[in-house]
Design a protein around this ligand. Sequence first.
Ligand code: SF4
Length: 290
Amino acid sequence: MADPALRLPDNVSGNFFVDSTCIDCDACRQIAPRVFHDSGDQSAVHHQPENPAELLSAQKALLTCPTASIGSVEKSDMKIALAAYPERIEDDVFLCGFASESSFGAISYFIERADGNILIDSPRFSGPLVRNIAARGGARQMLLTHQDDVADHAKFHERFGCERVMHRGDIRTQTAAIEIQPAANDPVALSDDLLMIPTPGHTRGHAVYLYRNRFLFTGDHLAWSESRGHLYAFRDACWYSWTEQIRSMERLLDYSFELVLPGHGRPARLPAHEMRRSLERCISWMKEKD
Ligand code: SF4
């Protein structure tokens, strides 16, 4: 639980607060932008919830915070927030909430399918989320974008028996038992409407997953930049090869998609032709940074 003694001075006075253990993962600012804001290299409460919708968003941020850095002085009924995740984004695609510190608060996703549900990257193995996923039929597969966002993959595998997928280039000792480890850099059809596309760059074995030619789950390869107004990549967090990452980005021009759903950074929703234009701007920008 967040510690009132560590309450950051940038918080406005009132019930909700962020303490000094915040790792600046951005999750709370995405979930409850009316309540939390960027306060330099951490988050703080800039507006206390004033209505039920704002209270619920603040509670969901509290549950999602990977470091338990968000607290509230008064106890409130959390029942609705605890039932909120997985939370529908669109159609059969959901947000998991409950981020893990070991993946630096990366956002993970859930697809509800008749032939078995799918997790994309690993959320925190937290009781309320695990129960909600179980109530939706569990998880048949877990698709991992790269080595940094594997979090509690082993616990989910143990609980639901989900088959895990990750590119061999990112396999480490703690992920050696992952069931499916494609080694080449060719796309892999996991089903008729789901494609694994290797995107080396951020890490050697990074991959993105294209679902129904609409949703692109991008891990740490690609996200939206609000300040630049186009898609972008993390130049300062490229651990393997920026040149390779540019090539991987160019290969994505072969595909059509309308939602970019990243692990870190902001999501994007654009018509396919505008998404393509934004991807081209991203590639030009990346080449300037090379
Ligand atoms: S979710 Fe938690 S760790 Fe992440 S920015 Fe907010 S307070 Fe900080």
